[in-house]
Design a protein around this ligand. Structure first.
Ligand code: GUN
Length: 292
């Protein structure tokens, strides 16, 4: 049977229409949702993400303020910037783009973001809320992955979901989300990571396989079973002199071989990426609806 390509762009566009309606209702009440994005340094991938976030805010009519700070900014100054947005009435969501430069303590910075405006869901309070099964702001990539699975009718309930990667941004929050005893979640979850011996032993048992390893070719066809649903979270630049930019984007999964065995798979780009951005917009709308 032919593989289904999971079209994140199309699903994201559908959600944008719903959000646009909610934003219109907010505007009728005199409320314009506001998102503050803070970018520290010049990391090229982070710049691309931040630009895409701003563009999507503009498209939907969300007020956005992007603050670009030099890589050598002090932690104290960064915290001051967060405080400014914590108390700004026209800002409902705050996001600090990660990774941060090494001299800055990421945990301290994230903990400073008001729990009410933490649209990334990274503040330890919101992490804890998700972990005890009472999510408030769900981190955007895990939320986007769940939306994609539901949209295509791949319900995780009772399924074995194997996640490759234990990051605080994807692997751990996604595992907590899928573990919830609610309809549309309720999965059996395995998390694999760099300390896992024989990764293929685990990935080949997955009915749904989510790969957020940060490494191209981390999963190949021999490591998956026939009929698996594959969600590739990786975004890697690989040199390609045939393109004008000199590189192309690939995921963590060897798409050509794995798509021969999979029932469905996300492309890179155009799979998870657009969903992450739209879920950030959704969390910002939720913040504006609840903070006013
Ligand atoms: N860096 C990579 N993904 C993310 C994300 O979802 N949020 C933030 N703030 N930084 C990131």
């Amino acid at each position: 049977m032919a593989v289904t390509l999971i079209d994140g762009k199309a699903v994201a566009n559908k959600i944008k229409v719903e959000l646009h309606n909610r934003i219109t209702l907010l505007k009728q009440r005199g409320i314009v949702p506001g998102l503050a994005v803070i970018l520290v340094g010049e990391d090229p991938a982070s710049q691309v993400y931040v630009n895409m976030k701003q563009k999507t805010c503009d498209e939907l009519g969300i007020h956005s303020e992007t603050t670009r700070l030099p890589a050598d900014i002090s932690q104290a100054e960064l915290l001051r910037q967060i405080d400014r947005f914590n108390s700004a009435k026209d800002i409902h969501g705050i996001l600090v783009q990660l990774p941060l430069p090494k001299h800055i303590d990421t945990e301290t910075v994230i903990a400073r973001i008001s729990v009410d405006k933490d649209v990334d869901g990274f503040n330890p309070y919101n992490v804890g809320k998700l972990m005890v099964g009472k999510p408030r702001y769900v981190p955007c990539t895990p939320a986007g992955i769940l939306e994609l699975l539901h949209h295509y009718g791949f319900y995780p309930d009772g399924k074995h979901v194997v996640i490759v990667g234990r990051s605080n941004i994807v692997g751990k929050p996604l595992a907590n989300l899928l573990l919830q005893k609610t309809k549309g979640c309720n999965a059996t979850v395995t998390i694999c990571h760099t300390g896992t011996t024989d990764l293929g032993y685990f990935t080949s048992q997955a009915e749904i396989l989510v790969v957020a390893a940060g490494r191209p070719g981390a999963v190949t066809a021999e490591m998956v079973k026939e009929g698996v649903v594959v969600i590739d979270v990786g975004v890697n630049r690989v040199a390609d002199s045939s393109t004008t930019k000199g590189y192309r984007l690939v995921g963590d999964v060897d798409f050509n071989s794995v798509s021969q065995k999979a029932k469905a798979i996300t492309p890179v780009p155009g799979g998870v990426g657009p969903m992450t951005i739209v879920m950030l917009m959704k969390n910002t709308v939720i913040a504006a609806e609840t903070l006013n």
